[in-house]
Design a protein around this ligand. Sequence first.
Ligand code: OGA
Ligand code: MN
Length: 294
Amino acid sequence: MTPTAEASTVPAVHPTGAALGADIGNVDLNDDLDAQQVSAIRAAWNDHLVLRFRGQESLTLEGLAAFSRHFGTLDKRPTVSFDMSREHDALPPDITVISNVKVEGKPLGALGDGEAVWHADMTYNERPPKGACLYAVEVPPSGGNTHFSNMYLAYETLDPVLREQIRDLRCIHDASRNSAGELRLGFVDNTDPRQTVGASHPLVSVHEGSGRRCLLLGRRRNAYVVGMDLADSEALLDRLWAHATRPELTWTQVWKVGDVMMWDNRCTMHRRDAFDPHSRRLMYRTQIAGGTAD
Ligand code: OGA
Ligand code: MN
């Protein structure tokens, strides 16, 4: 008998049962995944928007980057406004650190230990990222959970009158501060949404992969609906945000060491709870560039 090539395992998809999210089992992200495995994961990502791979404790940073590259080109790590530790600067250029850990008094990563308010990543750019992968290496005993919200459902469940009202409206997305409230390098402080610096996008976006419509809100602070009176813009955005972050549109990730989360940034938002500053949280992150084919 001629030996046959070992058949690759088929990823198992277990939906969370909530508005979004699925666990993917039967896959080791350090492996060189074949085309069938990648297309099964891509299909699950398309269906569930946010995927969780548990038990990936042995994943290397090279493995995380190689896995992420199956879904598009990776963005380089952005420049941050504070002096980072040497350990951070020595990492591969497509790996970002999300952490409150300090080395010799300097941060190893971004976002600290406070709340990261609801947002989609970098929608203040013309071409926001397609998605991101976040790999947990150290997690606090409590707190630091990450919540995700389904922006397809947010659009579909919107009051039809409101849906019609926002059909052709655009919103400006503020680039000045990150989700932890820190001022980004090169930006001045601004509290008037009419002066916001950042890209404008339609409030109703068509997802370039699925062709489905979703709400595109980005972040609340300093957002401004183009052409509206400020008070009207604020009232409209408050209504949309209250709707888009309702608990029934969300699912919460309670982190375990070895979890890898992968989110579609074009049709979801996320928020992180604060956690005890005395505990350590260390995550490695890759970001998949926007505009690359699905
Ligand atoms: C991010 C982010 C939240 C978290 O990496 O884009 O918002 O849970 N992270 O650390
Ligand atoms: Mn984020």
